[in-house]
Design a protein. Structure first.
Length: 124
């Protein structure tokens, strides 16, 4: 699969049964349908609902190549994610998953990074 942001090949990252696709170049993350909920359950954190204003995006879904919709979230305000209109998954640019996790109850941005290790840290 190709990264929606930089088109590099995505790498599968797995730990404790939670699997996602990670871009080693731009450090974005692709969650197939249901994987975000699985991560939240494994970590014991609440992830805010992915609700907000949808718009047309310019990136392609790594599963079906359809144009991803943008979703400007209600909480945390200002965070914009990319969603497959066919329900295949959601794309997080570097740092966006940590921001979403921090907005939920019971978690911190470090929980996600600690769970998957150094791979998810932002490039300096």
């Amino acid at each position: 699969m190709r990264c929606p942001a930089c088109r590099a090949e995505l790498v599968v990252v797995e730990r404790e049964g939670v699997e996602l696709d990670w871009c080693p170049f731009c450090r974005g993350l692709w969650f197939d349908a249901g994987e975000l909920a699985a991560l939240a359950a494994t970590l014991g954190v609440e992830v805010p609902a992915l609700e907000g204003e949808r718009g047309a995006g310019k990136r392609a879904c790594p599963r079906c190549d359809a144009a991803l919709d943008t979703l400007r979230l209600v909480q945390p305000a200002g965070l914009v994610l990319d969603l497959c209109p066919g329900g295949h998954g959601v794309w997080f640019d570097a740092g966006e998953l940590a921001a979403l996790t921090a907005a939920g109850a019971g978690g911190t941005p470090g929980d996600v990074v600690a769970f998957f290790g150094e791979k998810l840290r932002r490039k300096s």
